[in-house]
Every structure is written in structure tokens, then in C-alpha cells.
Design a binder for this molecule. Structure first.
Ligand code: GLC
Length: 548
């Protein structure tokens, strides 16, 4: 019997944990599940209602767990299934739900399915992956995001054939056209849902559906990468099947990484009547911020466009940072010591006062920033390292690249969580798997616990505010003064209440926008401890007001 489950995920505040960098309990320099368990009270103290864990399944770690070799086991560096059960129990005991990453566009090349599949052309698992027999020549070019040569077809002499990998060569793409693959995935999902987890984040899912007639793509397709790579044929069929087989049978939420190529695509993923997924997150907003900076007017335009497209129907995830992006404050705020804390609080205010479910990345509550790596040996990320080698092999500008990754590499957000000012920031007792941000002696949980105005305590207040005030969850969003280059201001309206959010994204004091008045309004929260001048916003000031 199918039941209808409540939409708790709309009111959720999701805290993303990158397990490798959260807390090491056994002294190998790598975060683990027992480490997370030891910090459950901290997580609870944040007030967040859901934890999303990056992959914790068995993996040779070519891509830090996004290359799964056994979907029903725990990565040995992270612990055991007993640790997982204890973690889930500990979260639930504290009223916190758990969302797991589901990485099924590809598996690891060390997964038993792939071992079988590559062993012979007639193996029953052959069709689990995409193979192209070499007698027919080279397959039509496909771009690999992570490969040194960017060629997504890898020749395997064992059976004289090429296999497809959109990501690294150790991440062969699964063939979703094979119903047996889909059955395997749904079984895996049921395995975890039966354990009582509360949701799935579908990794790179828009890539699962491919045109397996393998047409040669027209010239210029690279410029429209997503159009060719995402939302291929049958994607919605697969999702409906997944919904029928698993999602509708458990009280779980589902969120897709990526929202397709258009609003229509995005709606089709999350439109309730279509019975596919609950939410998707779009990259349009994060993508606009590069090492050259970004335009606030553009950022406002993107968020406003997405909000209005979903105002009547459907629901979105709200985020500006995660384990694949630079640090929130370094990219969208200002990580110089004078402004780091205040701009970080301003950005948290934004994330927690928008319509949509906030996905908030661990460490951002402290205002953690990019670590300032300068040497290629500082980096660990497969994408960063392979691109570096690619440039070396092809005579590219390696020095420029080193500078660029200092801003944009995924490793910027993967440095260890800063717990205290002690050895290795309290993350581990030995050398951590990736270097720490040297600012940990000042920016850390212990220090911020002691400071009532820290980023951490401010974040807690924001979380409380959102939980206590449905106007921030459901309220209609209206952008004010759209062309103001410094200030992002909007109202949220719900059941006769009207709240105003005013955010100064610049490092200067600026006047309040002309069509914004706080006269007579009640100040609900502000990221400066003391009041400023009327009619003016201080550098990176954020204020939330009740107008009605
Ligand atoms: C997603 C993940 C990323 C991973 C990739 C391949 O984009 O967020 O970390 O490398 O998929 O699984």
C-alpha cells in the first residue's frame, strides 16, 4: 500500500557533511563516522534538521567516494556498518534526519559489476556498462570531465573494446537502459531506506540517460555542454520508475544534483503531479561567480528568475557552496580578515531567508575560507590534478592554472573542519589527508562558541529564526531595487505578514535603497552587534525586519 508522506523537506534546513574532512576519530588523518558521532551534539546545537552525507560507501577513492566499489558497505577509512547504524540512531535520537548520496551514473571500475563486465564480451554483466567494440573503429568523441586527456572512451585491451566514463577513467558509466541495472539500483535504495534513512541526493543524475545510438555531435557542441550531456532520452521514465519502486514507498525525500537545461526540465523533475523527485538544485547562481568576480545584479536576477518559475508549483534547493565549489565567503563574500566574519554572516542570512530548502555546507557556519594553496602538491582532487597534468602534457599555462585553482579548486572547501586552536585544529592527531587552512588558530568552533557574535552563534540564531517563522519558508518573495549594484533587498510575505531582508554585498557603507524603508519596522536580526546610522547599511551589513 502506498502512503502519502508529508512535505517535511520543504521546512528542512540541510547541513552537508563532507565525512573525510569533518572529524577523525582513529588517528589516520581521515575523517570517519565515529568522528561524526563524536560531534552529534554540535550538529544538534546548530538547529539543523537534516544531515546530508557525501558518499561513505566502499571506494578506492579515486574521486573521494564518488567511485563506489560496494554500495552496501562502508568505506574502510570511514568505519563499519555498525558505526553507520550508530550514527543514524544518534541523529534520529536528536530529531535530525539523514540524507545519503546516491552515486549511480557510474560505479568504480573496482566494483564487482565492472570486473565481470570487462572480463568478456559475453559476460552477463557486459551490458551493465557502455562498451564500444574496437572493430568498428573509434567511438564518436565524448568529453570526460575528469580525465587527463578529456576523452571519455577508454580502450581496454582485454576485450578489444572501449568503455565510457564521463568522469574519471576509474568511474565507468552505468548503462541505465539495461533494466537489470535499474533493478540493482532500486534494490540498493531499498537497502538503505529499510535501514531508516530519510532521503537521497542523486549525484550527477541528469547524465544517466544517454543517446546510445552514439551520434556524432555537431560542431560547437562543447559550448552547449549541458544540452548534450544532461537530460537524455528516458531520464523521466527512469525517475518515474524509481519513484514507483522506491521513493513513493518510503518517507524519504529526493533531490537531484542539477536541474536540467531549462525551466521546463526543472519543472519536469520536481512537479508533484509527475511523481518523480521532490527537489533539484540548479547551478546557474554558483556558476556566475568566477575568479574575475561576479555581478550582484546578475546574481539577483538568477535567483529571482528561479524563484518566480517555482512560485506556484515545485520546490527548489537553495545553496551557494558545497564540496565541489570554493568556500562560500571566499567566493561570494570577502575573506580578508576585516570582512570575513561579517560578510560570511551576511551570506548565511541570505541562504536562510530565501524560499526553497537551504543546503548549507559544513564549516561555512564558522566562516571558513579558501586555504590559499599555492603548490600543486597541496591538492588532492582528481579533477584538479588531472587538469594540471593535461595542461602540462599539452603545453598549457600551468602558472595561470595554479593561480586559478587557488580560487576555484574543489579542494578549497575540503580542508579539515576547524574544531579548535590545538594541533591540527582538533580534526586529527596526525598529519591530515589534506592541509589545514592556517587561519584555524583564530577561526574555529571552540573560539566561536565563546563569542556571542561569532559566525557560529549568528548562524544558530538564523536557523532558529527560520524554524520559528514559516514566512521565511513559504512567504512570497519580491525583489526590490533590482538594479542596485550593492544591495540585495527583498520582501517575504505570508498570511498577512511582511518581512524585509536587506543585504549589503559591498565592502563600503551604502545608502538604503530608495524604495526600501525600515522606518517603523521591527528589527528581527542584524549581523552587526550595535545599531548603525539610520538610512545607511554598513559594509556587508545584513538585516531582517518585520514590516507587518
Ligand atoms: C558530482 C559530485 C562530485 C563528483 C561527481 C562525480 O558532481 O558532487 O563531487 O565528483 O558528481 O560523481
Amino acid at each position: 500500500m502506498k502512503r502519502s508522506y508529508g512535505q517535511w523537506w520543504k521546512e528542512a534546513i540541510v547541513y552537508q557533511i563532507y565525512p573525510r574532512s569533518f572529524k577523525d576519530s582513529d588517528g589516520d588523518g581521515i575523517g570517519d563516522l565515529k568522528g561524526i558521532i563524536s560531534r552529534l551534539d554540535y550538529i544538534k546545537s546548530l538547529g539543523v534538521t537534516v544531515v546530508w552525507l557525501n558518499p561513505i560507501y566502499s571506494s578506492p577513492n579515486d574521486d573521494n567516494g564518488y567511485d563506489v566499489s560496494d554500495y552496501r558497505n562502508i568505506m574502510k577509512e570511514f568505519g563499519t556498518m555498525a558505526d553507520f547504524d550508530a550514527l543514524l540512531k544518534g541523529l534520529h535520537a536528536r530529531g535530525i534526519k539523514l540524507v545519503m548520496d546516491l552515486v549511480v551514473n557510474h560505479s568504480s571500475d573496482e566494483h564487482e559489476w565492472f570486473r565481470q563486465s570487462r572480463s568478456s564480451r559475453t559476460n552477463p554483466y557486459r551490458n551493465y556498462y557502455h562498451w564500444w567494440n574496437a572493430e568498428s573503429g573509434k567511438p564518436p568523441y565524448r568529453y570526460s570531465l575528469f580525465d587527463v586527456n578529456h576523452d571519455a572512451w577508454r580502450y581496454d585491451s582485454l576485450t578489444n573494446a572501449y568503455y565510457l566514463h564521463y568522469f574519471s577513467r576509474k568511474q565507468p558509466d552505468l548503462n541505465w537502459e539495461d533494466p537489470a541495472v535499474r533493478r540493482e539500483v532500486f534494490d540498493i535504495m531499498r537497502f538503505w531506506a529499510d535501514k531508516g534513512i530519510d532521503g537521497f541526493r542523486l549525484d550527477a543524475f541528469q547524465f544517466v540517460a544517454k543517446d546510445t545510438t552514439w551520434p556524432v555531435w555537431p560542431q560547437g557542441w562543447e559550448e552547449h555542454f549541458m544540452k548534450y550531456y544532461a537530460m537524455g532520452p528516458h531520464l523521466h521514465d527512469y525517475l518515474r520508475e524509481m519513484n514507483q519502486e522506491v521513493l513513493s514507498r518510503y518517507p524519504v525525500m529526493s533531490v537531484a544534483e542539477g536541474a536540467g537545461n531549462s525551466f521546463d526540465d526543472a519543472h519536469n523533475l520536481v512537479d508533484e503531479d509527475r511523481k518523480e523527485l521532490n527537489m533539484a538544485y540548479a547551478f546557474d547562481a554558483v556558476d556566475i561567480a568566477t575568479s574575475e568576480g561576479y555581478s550582484l545584479v546578475h546574481l539577483k536576477e538568477v535567483f529571482t528568475r528561479w524563484d518566480s518559475a517555482f512560485a506556484e508549483k515545485g520546490w527548489l534547493a537553495i545553496f551557494l557552496a558545497n564540496h565541489d565549489q570554493a568556500r562560500l565567503v571566499s567566493r561570494f563574500g570577502n575573506d580578508r580578515p576585516t570582512f570575513r566574519a561579517v560578510s560570511s554572516k551576511m551570506l548565511s542570512t541570505f541562504l536562510l531567508t530565501m524560499r526553497g530548502t537551504p543546503f548549507y555546507y559544513n564549516g561555512d557556519e564558522l566562516g571558513m575560507s579558501n586555504p590559499g594553496f599555492t603548490k600543486i602538491s597541496d591538492y588532492r582532487d582528481v579533477a584538479t590534478l588531472n587538469e594540471y597534468r593535461h595542461l602540462q602534457n599539452t603545453g598549457g599555462d600551468v602558472a595561470a592554472y595554479l593561480k586559478e585553482i587557488g580560487f576555484s579548486s574543489r579542494d578549497n572547501s575540503r580542508t579539515p573542519m576547524q574544531w579548535d586552536a590545538g594541533v591540527h585544529a582538533g580534526f586529527t592527531r596526525v598529519k591530515p589527508w589534506i592541509g589545514l587552512n592556517p587561519n584555524y588558530s583564530a577561526v574555529n568552533v571552540a573560539a566561536e562558541e565563546r563569542d556571542a557574535n561569532s559566525c557560529l552563534n549568528y548562524f544558530r540564531r538564523l536557523v532558529r529564526l527560520r524554524k520559528d517563522n514559516p514566512v521565511l519558508v513559504y512567504g512570497k518573495y519580491t525583489l526590490l531595487d533590482k538594479d542596485n549594484p550593492d544591495v540585495y533587498a527583498y520582501t517575504r510575505e505570508w498570511k498577512g505578514m511582511k518581512w524585509l531582508v536587506v543585504l549589503n554585498f559591498s565592502s563600503r557603507a551604502v545608502p538604503l535603497p530608495a524604495d526600501v524603508s525600515t522606518a517603523g519596522a521591527k528589527l528581527i536580526i542584524d549581523n552587526y552587534a550595535a545599531p548603525g546610522k539610520p538610512g545607511e547599511l554598513r559594509a556587508y551589513e545584513a538585516g531582517v525586519y518585520a514590516l507587518q
